[in-house]
Design a protein around this ligand. Structure first.
Ligand code: 5GP
Ligand code: ZN
Length: 115
């Protein structure tokens, strides 16, 4: 855990978060500023900054983030209709929290290309 990291604090329940799912490796919680009817952030418990720090040892947990997001999409009823998964990486993509996270957005239509 990085003591200065917001998402580490949510994972450790040091600050409040609306947790939607958790297991030994992965936690999903509601985004504080939702951009869709469902907007969850899915994170590994392990702290690392971004997709640039995915290594062979981390491949499994990164895959599990996608699997957990798909399961949450099914449970919330928009899997068939469709949903958007996003990893923002560094400045040009608007990354603001440097603990790897997968955005799960669902419940509305999404434009392409994204803004
Ligand atoms: P990024 O822009 O780094 O891809 O995404 C960071 C996300 O974290 C943003 O969507 C932002 O709304 C969310 N966020 C920022 N602060 C908090 C917080 O204190 N709690 C929760 N649940 N989400 C947060
Ligand atoms: Zn962290």
């Amino acid at each position: 855990m990085d003591p200065n990291c917001l998402f580490c604090k949510i994972v450790a329940r040091a600050i409040p978060g609306k947790i939607a799912f958790e297991n030994e490796r992965v936690v999903a919680f509601e985004d504080i500023a939702p951009q869709a009817p469902t907007h969850l952030v899915v994170v590994p418990r392990e702290h690392f900054a971004s997709t640039l720090e995915v290594t062979p040892a981390r491949r499994a947990v990164v895959g599990e983030l996608v699997e957990v997001a798909a399961q949450l999409a099914r449970e919330r009823g928009f899997a068939d209709e469709g949903y958007r998964l996003v990893y923002n990486t560094n400045r040009a993509a608007g990354q603001t929290v440097f603990h790897l996270h997968l955005h799960l957005l669902g419940g509305r239509r999404f434009g392409w290309p994204p803004g």
